[in-house]
Design a binder for this molecule. Structure first.
Ligand SMILES: Nc1ncnc2c1ncn2[C@@H]1O[C@H](COP(=O)(O)OP(=O)(O)O)[C@@H](O)[C@H]1O
Ligand SMILES: O=C(O)C1=C[C@@H](OP(=O)(O)O)[C@@H](O)[C@H](O)C1
Ligand SMILES: [Mg+2]
Length: 159
């Protein structure tokens, strides 16, 4: 969360002249309600089920830049499905992530103590991001445009 997947993904798609999709938006469209409400009323496990299905559907039917939610890689099925795709891991340090997500509005996992939660999630998940990544791009102290430019260059040989 706060690495810039949604923001940079949209910029990258524009640079590549391709479509953009975000699995968080797909989940909200399928459920007909915001992610925060899904978490509150149905729990995280239900959200993860919807997210796994959203990633699977998008990978099977969509050609373009796909932004995942930060926890999508918790699913072994999703990690396996990402194999064979160009996967970009946007890395971010704790301070930049904290200042980008602010009070965590719209991100239910950050409703309580965003800084400590982000640190814990980052520590837990980093190995999984590294496992699926084809490219790793550092985002600390960089504008989204600069990050998108670097990814476009990295992807040139495989796009
Ligand atoms: N490289 C960056 N530098 C500064 N702010 C950024 C950067 N990338 C994203 N942001 C800002 O941080 C916030 C979270 O970005 P977002 O794209 O939603 O991240 P993610 O989808 O990875 O959670 C947004 O307000 C966005 O404008
Ligand atoms: O890291 C997570 O578990 C989550 C990240 C969010 O997406 P972003 O990474 O785009 O903020 C969203 O899927 C949900 O709030 C859960
Ligand atoms: Mg996002």
């Amino acid at each position: 969360m706060g690495a810039g997947k949604t923001t940079v993904g949209e910029l990258l798609a524009a640079r590549l002249g391709t479509a953009f999709r975000d699995t968080d938006a797909d989940v909200e469209a399928t459920a007909g309600r915001p992610i925060s409400e899904i978490f509150i009323d149905e729990g995280e496990a239900r959200f993860r089920t919807l997210e796994e299905a959203a990633v699977e559907t998008a990978l099977a039917s969509f050609d373009g830049v796909l932004a995942l939610g930060g926890g999508a890689i918790l699913s072994a099925r999703t990690r396996a499905a990402l194999a064979g795709h160009a996967v970009v891991f946007l890395s971010v340090g704790l301070s930049d992530a904290v200042s980008r997500v602010g009070l965590g509005v719209g991100r239910p996992l950050l409703a309580i103590n965003p800084r400590a939660t982000l640190k814990q999630l980052m520590d837990q998940r980093r190995p999984l991001y590294e496992e699926v990544a084809t490219f790793t791009v550092a985002t600390d102290g960089r504008e989204p445009e600069e990050v998108a430019d670097e990814i476009a260059t990295l992807l040139k040989p495989v796009a």
